[in-house]
Design a protein around this ligand. Structure first.
Ligand SMILES: [Zn+2]
Ligand SMILES: [Zn+2]
Length: 347
């Protein structure tokens, strides 16, 4: 495959530059595709700025990737040229351990991240802020025809990150689900929870996004900036999906859980958060974490979103705008996901 254009950053404080990177030719079971759009996930920013440990520079982030197949290896059976495909947070795993066999490839000890990992070829993996991609067919997702590629791209991380715990903990009719934080993850959690039939309640920092929250499917909206207003919610939520990745005060949120309620963290605060175990013991409450989802469940999520007419709310940007977009994401200014138009990368 020829060299392809990418946007890379070369230090935690650097800005994005435009090198060319070489993608391998697709092997017998691999597909090549032209990238149409790549979402900007908060994880990209944490990684690019080495906030989760030293990154491998130069770094090309991007694990919310959507595009169209341009070539397939000789033994590819699942995809054909012209198919609409996506790639999420990982591009490989061993395929034969307990986690892989359970469809939880993301936990395989040999799972390979879409960027900032070392691939089987011994080279650093290069993410989706680029014009083309090569991947094993078993790690590519099929994007349903009714989803636009730009609004499908963020589903590959933000969609599955929220879909998986909502399903696991039984969001559905008769359940009350709280979504903490209305950003990239939160706006998907609200849509999916409501589509599953749960009564869905947003708990944000302020009331500024209330209209959007209701449009996304929430039946009520509360602000942590006014703690007294949360009182009516006490002991009432069966499930909380917390998407906040800043440090946060857990205790007032745990107090909102009903008996046997579960608090699931999908954001990753930078430092440990203190827990008042009295809150948990009192009503058999639980705290859990959740990390994306396996390939089969990611496909199930895409099909669910297509069936229910859900997709990410996006702002399409050019490659030249990535640095500004990063600052805007950190400042919670995006509504609700920036997506890079790969056609602008060569401009
Ligand atoms: Zn992500
Ligand atoms: Zn494995």
């Amino acid at each position: 495959m020829p060299d392809v254009t990418a946007y890379a950053i070369d230090s935690p404080t650097g800005s994005f530059e435009r090198p060319t990177v070489t993608r391998r030719d697709p092997g017998p079971t691999e597909i090549a595709f032209d990238i149409a759009y790549a979402g900007i996930c908060h994880s990209d920013i944490h990684t690019a700025r080495s906030e989760w440990g030293p990154a491998r520079y130069p770094l090309v982030p991007g694990h919310e990737i959507a595009g169209v197949v341009t070539a397939v290896g000789s033994d590819v059976t699942r995809f054909a040229v012209g198919d609409r495909v996506g790639v999420g947070c990982f591009v490989d795993s061993c395929g034969d351990c307990d986690d892989c066999n359970a469809g939880q490839e993301q936990f395989c000890s040999q799972s390979i991240g879409t960027y900032n990992s070392i691939g089987r070829d011994g080279k650093p993996t290069v993410g989706g802020y680029s014009t083309a991609f090569v991947v094993e067919q078993d790690y590519a997702l099929r994007i349903p025809d009714s989803l636009s590629l730009e609004s499908a791209a963020p589903l590959l991380c933000a969609g599955i990150t929220t879909y998986s715990p909502l399903k696991r903990y039984g969001a559905g009719p008769g359940k009350r689900v709280g979504v903490v934080g209305l950003g990239g993850l939160g706006h998907m959690a609200v849509q999916i929870s409501a589509a599953l039939g749960a009564e869905t309640i947003v708990i944000s920092r302020t009331m500024s996004k209330e209209a959007d929250g209701r449009k996304l499917g929430a039946s009520a909206y509360y602000a942590t900036s006014d703690p007294a207003s949360l009182k009516p919610l006490r002991n009432s939520l069966d499930l909380i999906i917390c998407t906040v990745s800043d440090n946060l005060d857990l205790d007032p949120l745990l107090a909102l859980l009903a008996t046997d309620g579960v608090f699931v963290m999908v954001g990753l605060p930078p430092t440990p958060v203190p827990v008042n175990f009295g809150r948990l013991i009192n009503r058999n409450r639980a705290i859990a974490g959740s990390n994306i989802g396996g390939i089969a469940e990611t496909q199930e999520m895409l099909d669910f979103c297509a069936e229910h007419g859900l997709s990410a709310w996006v702002e399409v940007i050019s490659g030249q705008e990535i640095d500004r977009a990063y600052d805007d994401v950190v400042a919670s200014k995006v509504r609700y996901r920036y997506v890079i138009d790969a056609a602008t990368l060569d401009a």
